[in-house]
Design a protein around this ligand. Structure first.
Ligand code: CTP
Ligand code: CA
Length: 226
């Protein structure tokens, strides 16, 4: 076992990161998505690489530049992301699920542009698989970090997701706070772990949040004796 170098605490480790907001097609020119910018996940990928990890970044569409030195896997929909993640899960040590996955997708994607007709139209949606929950069911050695975007009852909702999805750590953020959530360069997060520890972090840059999460994960990997 290699000694942990203080500057490269993730040397020899594989980190899988998901980022961005999934895009769920309705027809060739229309889709459902969300406001995720990808900034949190891309910051995690860059910091993990800087800490010596081998990084795979599975990214839903984002306008951010592709980080250097990481394996970049572009995906579109939640279903695409699910298969990209599951193909790689068994090889990785840390999973950080920063992507904003659409909870529902259109029941069918029309191959041709949908035509305007009646005064009202209804789009039927079906539930997407919960990727993080499936990771939680299948994980073996992996340290799994999820994110919970909340507008209310932050810690109770975050804890509920931590348990339901069998994560090791849940990063809960109140998206109604100024300086937190979608699109910003900063975040205000509360970390909830499966032993009941609660850590409320001050406003930090997304890179600082990323670094903090990766340090925690490095300390808690099985090979670190934690
Ligand atoms: N997630 C996922 N697959 C989904 C939905 C969510 O992997 N289909 C992941 C997200 O990447 C995130 C975590 O689950 O790490 C929490 O996402 P969030 O939207 O906050 O939770 P949901 O379980 O979807 O609950 P809700 O949106 O109803 O609050
Ligand atoms: Ca959701």
């Amino acid at each position: 076992v290699a000694m942990l170098q203080p500057d490269l605490p993730l040397q020899g480790k594989k980190v899988l990161v998901t980022a961005g907001g999934t895009v769920e097609r309705l027809d060739p020119v229309r889709y459902l998505s969300n406001d995720s910018s990808g900034k949190m996940g891309y910051a995690v990928a860059e910091e993990a690489r800087g800490m010596g990890a081998e990084v795979v970044l599975i990214s839903a569409p984002s306008s951010l530049p592709r980080p250097e030195g990481v394996e970049f896997v572009p995906v579109v929909s939640a279903l695409d992301m699910l298969s990209a993640v599951m193909e790689r899960l068994k090889d990785v040590d840390i999973v950080i699920k920063a992507a904003a996955v659409a909870d529902y997708r259109p029941a069918e994607a029309s191959p041709v542009k949908i035509k305007k007709k009646d005064e009202e139209m209804t789009i039927r949606l079906v539930k997407n698989p919960d990727i993080l929950q499936q990771i939680g069911e299948r994980k073996t050695k992996q340290y799994v970090i999820g994110f919970a975007a909340e507008t209310n009852d932050l810690e109770a909702n975050g804890l509920d997701k931590l348990r339901r999805k069998n994560c090791d750590l849940m990063v809960a953020n109140d998206v109604t706070l100024e300086g937190a959530g979608f699109g910003t360069d900063t975040n205000i997060v509360t970390l909830l772990d499966k032993d009941g520890n609660v850590e409320r972090l001050p406003i930090l840059s997304k890179r600082e949040v990323a670094r903090h999460l990766l340090k925690l994960a490095a300390e808690r990997l099985p090979s670190a004796g934690g």
